[in-house]
Design a protein around this ligand. Sequence first.
Ligand code: CU
Length: 658
Amino acid sequence: MATLRRITGWAVGVFAVWGCMITAPANAQTHALDALTADEIRVATETAKADSRVAGALFPSITLNEPSKAEVLAWQPGQPLARQARVLAMTANGVFEILVDVGARRLISVTERAGAEPSITMSEIEGLKFVLANAEFRSGLQKRGITDFGKIFCAPFSAGYYAIPEHEGKRVVKVGCFDTRRSTTNLFGWPIERLYALVDLRQRTVLSVRDDGVVPIAQEDHNYTEKAVGELRDPKKPTALSQPLGANFRVDGQQVTWGRWRFHARIDARVGTVVSLVRWQDQSELRSVLYQGYLSEMFVPYMDADYGWYSRTYFDIGEYGGGALASPLKAGVDCPATAHFMPAVFADDKGEPVTTPDALCIFERAGGDPIWRHSEVINQTYEGRSNVELVLRMAASIGNYDYLFDWIFNDAGEIEVRVGATGIDALKGVPSRRMGDATAAADTRYGTLVAPNLVAVNHDHYFNFRLDLDIDGPSNSFNRDVYKPITLPADSPRRSIYIVQPEIASTEKAAQVDGHAGPAKLRVVNEGRTNQVGNPVSYEVMVANHAQLLLDPQDWPAKRARFLQHDVWVTPYSPVERYASGEYAFQSRGTDGLAVWAERDRPIRNQDIVLWVNIGMHHLTRAEDLPVMPTIWHSFKLRPHNFFDRNPAIDLPKSSDR
Ligand SMILES: [Cu+2]
């Protein structure tokens, strides 16, 4: 194991677990940003229940209420620590935001939020069985040959917001079911199509049933166990990562040290992985890069006009919760066998703690790539170093889809954020079995026939990341290096080149970036600090995958997802501006969130600023997506730009090569 730099106040008593070094401080000290423990969740629930209005409430979320940024930055291990919980309570009468001082077991505040609709809770999903008591819905199922209602799975599809008068004041989902008679691993392969119940989750009533006619249920096997797949190819000889001397990272509670990098990582029930206090140990100085980063929202609009489908425009993070749906990672498949696994504790909607084992994994990987090299033909010299990176990973299973969320750190000071999409396409039952069928043209207007009786509906996936970059401290500016082609004077043999024009944005609107506006490099700059030759220090944000939302801006889903109007936004830091879709995404109306905040056009130069980066994809479906999709990755990268005086990976010794 390589020598690890010791961080002041950490690391006392070192022992090895799972092949990596875990340090147990003598006085186990909670970090200011640690997720709530099981005990803290219990105290939060108990304390919140002391308010009579909360009697009988469901708790859609109970999470850490972070100390202020100033407090976190000033805090040193060993100092007393205020621990607060943010409790969301939902009753038939209202929604309450409750702040609890967990240490003092004291109610700080209870605020009623009129009209707020929290994310869908597990109790609401489990309670959907009342739909099957509806005679019209039962009759619709029977018409489709379903007589055993124990052999179906009914899903709550969030119904969005469309200013439909009958929906006003209600907590609306559309319920559609799947035939599970043949199902082992795949719950979504046999849709019972064109039969939907519109449901009010609050009153637990069926508002209406829509039956647009019987569609045959798929007959083929869409499971994906080895047995279901059929003949298997010959097994491969093992290809495994091996770390015979142990790993090079250190995990201390929720703090991670690897190479020059130090950061804190927790899983939040709503947004999933939250990476905080990302810093680079530069000689004796711990230099700040990213105060905090997380996925603030996802948006997955389906492109199908039919009744059961037009409303499928999911805000997965705000409507369902990305972190609470973390699925345990399997060693040797989801993460290398050498990985270190960490559990996550969440609150269920009764306010009880629930532990998800192996929710996060951390591992190093050497992919056989050089981090840098040069071979010189003239004097026959060669120097190169291998790239080893550190990966922090979680996976969320949100309905039919599985998403992998990676934060990847390397020795060149770069951070890559990758989102992997796998799992099962949303499938629509159709009469067509082959493209030659008379019904095929109509059936495939909105998607691809991927198997007999199944169309995978076209859709998009968007991911909005909130990145509170603090490049050598909070006072930063947003700079766009615009590549500008110029024509050279007539006496020049060369006709054209480009020059680079830096443009520092003074306000929010000036900083909004649209990829189609032309090529530019985007950087967060600290204008108050320079590197050795006098250039201001900065980090570049390199976005590999933008996708443009093609919806009419006046269409309700687009109004609710206005954070997709620009590829990159910059706002001044505000602790209450946390999610691009606003605090409450379920049935939101576009009256909260990034686009609303940015309307103020606040000053952002030499301020504590936050970047909001959108990445996305159009998913034109295909046969290979079945029965489970091969993982497709989308990403962006944070990359130092004049932050250092030279290549920060230049000091890697040859003995690190793999
Ligand atoms: Cu997709």
